[in-house]
Write a protein that binds this ligand. Structure first.
Ligand SMILES: Cc1cc2nc3c(=O)[nH]c(=O)nc-3n(C[C@H](O)[C@H](O)[C@H](O)COP(=O)(O)OP(=O)(O)OC[C@H]3O[C@@H](n4cnc5c(N)ncnc54)[C@H](O)[C@@H]3O)c2cc1C
Length: 308
């Protein structure tokens, strides 16, 4: 389903993010997590694209399998890093052939082996250029969308700012360029203080960005995961009250998980009270925390969460 139709049919949206598994064992765990989460009836799920395009085929396979086997709208992430125009066209061709309706268009994290990477070699320097290219591809009529819109397009937003652009005003100009190039929605980086999201939403409004903004939520489920996330989502700010509770939990993994789920539940409750356009759960390929948040909010599934 095209993302414009999803927003029209059922807002706020609730979506889950997965990353492609690397081993048979992690693959089985992932599909079990997806099966466990399916009864929550997500608006869509999304699948990440490894740094530097390292999961090109794995992402494709997971996207197509999830769509076919579970009949859930599945949004692949696609990045500029390490790709030529021909690479991107081939990927779009394959997704169009499989009836994939939407793409999350990103700049992308650089490959781990930085020494051999030269950004100047990328055909698209920024996500806005990729959005423009997807729009042109969509205009060529190769995509099967019955209304002729081609791919629905999402882009990333950063409520706490992006480390690559310390000037927060310039950053908003770049975000607006992505939306003006044709993005249908923004999905944000994870954040732990809702004030950052509300302020970001207002700043978007001030620069004339009016597309729906989906809030990215990641429940903390372990101390190790929390540290790792601080690396991946560089600049991530953990508010002191959250850290105090984590410290109180000490070495008890169950207690840390309870704190993380409680915090994320309260974030979601507050976002829903403030009419968020959607909530995107960074599941880390696990189902427990997301399912528990739905239960804590008194909801059986996305429809009942919407109704509250
Ligand atoms: C929801 C979400 C999902 C993600 N999924 C993935 C994934 O699957 N795979 C992955 O590798 N990474 C992923 N990322 C990480 C993301 O790719 C990186 O954070 C990347 O650095 C920024 O991506 P972007 O799409 O905002 O890029 P861009 O919009 O290209 O921005 C990158 C940097 O360049 C700056 N910039 C933008 N336009 C210009 C311009 N014209 N001139 C100069 N500077 C400019 C921006 O301000 C920013 O600092 C994800 C991030 C989010 C929030």
């Amino acid at each position: 389903m095209h993302i414009q139709d999803i927003f029209q049919a059922s807002s706020p949206t609730f979506s889950f993010e997965f990353f492609p598994p690397k081993t048979a064992e992690s693959s089985e765990r992932l599909y079990q997590a997806i099966r466990d989460l399916a009864p929550l009836k997500p608006s869509f799920v999304s699948v990440t694209y490894g740094a530097g395009g390292s999961t090109r085929d794995l992402t494709h396979d997971l996207v197509v399998r999830t769509k076919l086997e579970l009949d859930i709208t599945t949004v692949p992430h696609l990045t500029c890093v390490c790709h030529s125009e021909g690479d991107i066209r081939a990927i779009l061709d394959r997704y169009a052939e499989h009836g994939i309706c939407n793409i999350l268009a990103l700049g992308g994290d650089p490959p781990r082996d930085l020494a051999s990477y030269n950004k100047a070699d990328d055909a698209f320097q920024h996500a806005a250029d990729l959005v423009r290219f997807i729009k042109t591809f969509s205009g060529s009529g190769k995509h099967p969308d019955p209304k002729g819109r081609g791919f629905g397009i999402g882009v990333a937003g950063f409520p706490e700012g992006h480390p690559g652009t310390p000037n927060r005003m310039t950053e908003m100009d770049y975000l607006k360029a992505k939306v003006d190039a044709g993005a249908d929605y923004i999905c944000t980086q994870l954040f732990f203080d809702n004030h950052d999201f509300y302020d970001f939403r207002e700043r978007c409004e001030l620069v004339g960005v009016t597309v729906p903004i989906i809030a990215g939520i990641m429940p903390i489920v372990s101390a190790k995961g929390m540290k790792r996330m601080a690396d991946l989502a560089a600049g991530s700010r953990y508010p002191a009250p959250l850290l105090r509770s984590i410290h109180r939990a000490g070495d008890d993994p169950e207690a840390i998980k309870r704190v993380g789920i409680h915090w994320a539940t309260e974030q979601c409750r507050d976002l829903l009270d403030h009419h968020v356009a959607g909530i995107h759960f960074y599941t880390l390929n696990q189902s427990d925390a997301t399912r528990q948040i739905f239960l804590n909010l008194g909801a059986r599934d996305s429809a009942s969460l919407r109704g509250g």
